[in-house]
Every structure is written in C-alpha cells, then in structure tokens.
Design a protein around this ligand. Structure first.
Ligand SMILES: *Cc1c(COP(=O)(O)O)cnc(C)c1O
Length: 429
C-alpha cells in the first residue's frame, strides 16, 4: 500500500502537498515516498520470515543512490545487471557480499570488477559465460561463486517484452540441460564454485499461479543440484506486479478487499513457502518493481490543450524520455490532477509529451479529469522503470528526484543543467 492521497483537495505524498514540491523543484520531478518503500519492504520480510529468505533489490528498477542507501541500511542485498550498478550499490553503502550479478552479456571488465569486489554470486546464462568467468578467476587467482539461471519455460501472462522465462526468450538455460551443465562446471572449471541456482520468469506478474507453476516445475531439479553439488541457495527472481490501473485507490485497504485476485506480498509468500521450505535452501528474492513501483509519482504540468479532428490532446511537460514505459511496452499509468476535480468534470483525451515521436504518449483515449493548461498532474506508480530508464532524447535534461519522509522533503537528484547534459561531448577544433 502506498502513501499518496488527496487531502484538503490537493494530492499529497505522505504529508507533503505535491504543489509544494513543484513550487520548490519544478517539473517534471519524480517524487518518492520513503514510508511506502519501507512498509512494503517490511511486509515482504515478514511474509517470508518462516523461511531463510533474503531480499536482493533489482537495482535496474530504481537506481537512485538515496533509495539504494535506504535499502542497504536495512540489510537488503542487491540484484545487479552491470558493473555500473555494482558501483552504484557500493557508493550508496551497499554490501557487495549480498549482491547477485545477472545478465546475458557481462564484459571482461565487469567480471573482473565484480570478482574483485567479492560479490555473493554470478548468475550465469550460458556455458560460454561460465568458461569466461573461470578463465578470469584463474588469472586473478580467485574462485568465482556461480549459479546458472534456469529457464523453466513457464508463461508469466505478462507483456511479451517483459516475459523472460519461455524458450522464446534470450534468458537462462533450458531446464533439461542444467544437470549436464553443472557437471561440466564441476569437472572442467576449477575456478568456479557452484553456489546456487536461479530463475526469473518475467515482470509485472499479477497472479501467484505462474510463480507456483515455475517453482513446482523446478523444485525436483533444484533438489538434485543440492544433492550433487551442495548448492546453498535458490533465487526465485523478482516479477511480482504492482497495481497500475487502480493505483490511487489501492492506497486504501478497501480496494484490496474488492480485488482478491490481485497478487499481494502475503499471497505470494503463502503460495510459495510450502513449496520452498522442504528444500532446506536459502531463498533469494529479487523484487524490483514491487518495492519501488507504487512508491513514486512523476509530477508534470499541463502546457496546452489541443483539440484535433478526432481527438483531444493534453500536452504535458514530460515526455517518453522521462517515462518510456507506455511507448516501450504499452505500460499503463494513472494520471491525476494535483488539484482535485469534481467527479463529473471529465474528458476523454490523449496525454502526450513534447517529443517528436508519435509514440510519445503517456495515455491514450483516457477518461480523466478535464485539466486546464497550467495545472499540475501526477503520473502514478512511476517509481519503477521510470527515472532509471529516462534519457535526454530531444536534448531534454534529466528530471529531478525528491524523497518525501513524513512532512520532510529532500532533493535526491538535482535537475540536470544544459551544461551537464553536454559535458561529455567534444567539439572538434
Ligand atoms: C529485472 C530483474 C528483476 C526484477 O524484476 P521486477 O519485475 O522488477 O521485480 C529480478 N531479477 C532479474 C534477474 C531481473 O533481470
């Protein structure tokens, strides 16, 4: 549950009026609720307390150092997918010994860096990668802890661009080939230590069924690997979905009573614990979206209204460079005016940005309050794959980020200046 709600006719993040944030820092600005992140983290930890479970936050979902520091201070580990993310984690005070390093294309530089930092485990995706890590570990006089990502071939019922656990995807190694691969590692790669096994079936999964199916399917294999190679952990990945359509309302317990089908951290844990507990392994959880998605909004301003032949457009000062999810994989975000409107004051419109691309929309054919130019809007559930995927496309400086804690707000990323935007470019003489 999140801490965004209307109070006295104005949308608040915890106790801070979003109008105050816009007045202080301008728009577009990402506004995070510290207590939303922390209460969800606690809920997840509590739900998995009956087993030896550890959380590794997926940094790619939300990589601001202030957010990473918040999590690191609570003993959370991190799931990283690049040397850059590992560097960020360490900078924020995170412990590399609690980091798993996933991804299909680790470079030599990245592998050497992660090895020298002493990460918990490399999550490998091919035999070629295992051989490369073995070679580099040998050169460095080291032993690299490894696990292999197993592809369970389970349909996660999510968008095709964020499904990762089927035979059509580039991720993981087919379950049928895992035992042979582990034996090859044990026999031929002396600078690797088989520490665990991993799966990650996709993202924005809103029901428990695909997780249950995948865990049931792989549990016998995991048991065999434990017996044969003494592995100590099974990472079951991330992927738990958030509420996008219904986000604002889901800040109240009432909403959850009326939506029993929606996955919760509790239902996720309750469905999986009976399957995981008998294995006697350390279980790693790699949530990204679920811990940060509903914990932020992107604050933006309506610049113009344009009535076309067939459509009404609300043009805002944030574009696909700020949030690319709608353009990239048809991501859905609720859009609410910061100043509350009467329930009957609505219009069907497209909410679009200033970018020169037809794909630059945040909502299409959406029934929403009839906001006027100059009004502030909050694009909800923007905390995951929001700022972390942003760019300066169209030469638009990166947005600001603000962290709210009760009645206090703190800038955690200054808005980029034009000079900063081009500072790495070199103008030839
Ligand atoms: C992206 C990713 C995650 C996080 O996925 P969410 O849907 O954000 O929870 C976890 N593990 C791996 C390996 C990933 O690539």
């Amino acid at each position: 549950m999140h801490h965004f709600a209307y109070r006295n006719g104005s949308l608040h993040c915890e106790q801070i009026d979003l109008q105050e944030v816009a007045a202080a820092y301008g728009t577009p600005t990402f506004v995070y609720s510290k207590n939303t992140i922390l209460s969800d983290l606690e809920e997840l930890q509590l739900a998995f307390a009956p087993i030896d479970a550890h959380i590794a936050f997926a940094v790619k979902a939300c990589s601001n150092g202030a957010i990473l520091k918040l999590l690191a201070q609570r003993g959370v580990g991190f799931d990283i997918v690049s040397g850059g993310e590992l560097w960020r984690v360490i900078r924020a005070g995170g412990n590399p010994a609690l980091c798993t390093y996933a991804g299909v294309g680790k470079s030599e530089t990245e592998i050497r860096y992660a090895l020298s930092c002493g990460i918990y485990c490399f999550i490998c995706e091919s035999e070629g990668e295992l051989r490369e890590i073995d070679r580099l570990a040998a050169e460095m006089g080291n032993v690299a802890p490894v696990a292999v990502r197993v592809n369970p071939n389970v349909d996660a019922h999510t968008h095709k661009y964020i499904t990762t656990g089927t035979q059509e995807n580039k991720f993981g190694v087919d379950a049928s080939r895992i035992e042979a691969l582990y034996s090859t590692v044990a026999a031929e790669m002396p600078h690797l230590k088989l520490r665990g096994v991993q799966m990650h079936i996709g993202s924005q999964i809103t029901e428990t069924e695909p997780f249950v199916k995948a865990v049931k399917k792989l549990a016998p294999l995991v048991q065999k690997l434990k017996a044969a190679h003494g592995i100590e952990f099974w990472s079951i990945g991330g992927g738990v979905g958030v509420v996008y359509d219904g986000c604002l309302a889901s800040g109240s317990p009432e909403w959850w009573k009326n939506h029993p089908e929606q996955i919760t951290l509790k239902s996720y844990a309750e469905a999986l614990i009976p399957l995981l507990k008998p294995l006697g392994l350390r279980i790693l959880l790699e949530p990204g979206r679920r811990l940060s998605g509903n914990a932020a909004v992107m604050l933006t301003r309506c610049l113009y209204e344009k009535k076309g032949e067939k459509k009404t457009f609300k043009i805002i000062d944030a574009g696909m460079n700020d949030i690319i999810r709608p353009a990239l994989y048809e991501g859905y975000h609720e859009i609410w005016p910061v100043r509350e409107h009467a329930a009957n004051d609505s219009v069907v419109a497209d909410v679009v940005g200033p970018i020169c691309e037809s794909g630059d929309f945040q909502a299409q054919n959406r029934s929403l309050p009839d906001v006027r130019p100059g009004e502030l809007l909050a694009e909800m559930s923007a905390g995951a794959y929001g700022f972390s995927m942003s760019s300066t496309y169209n030469s638009r400086p990166l947005a600001a980020e603000v962290l709210v804690d009760g009645a206090r707000m703190q800038l955690i990323r200054r808005r980029q200046t034009l000079e900063e935007m081009v500072e790495d470019e070199i103008l030839p003489e």
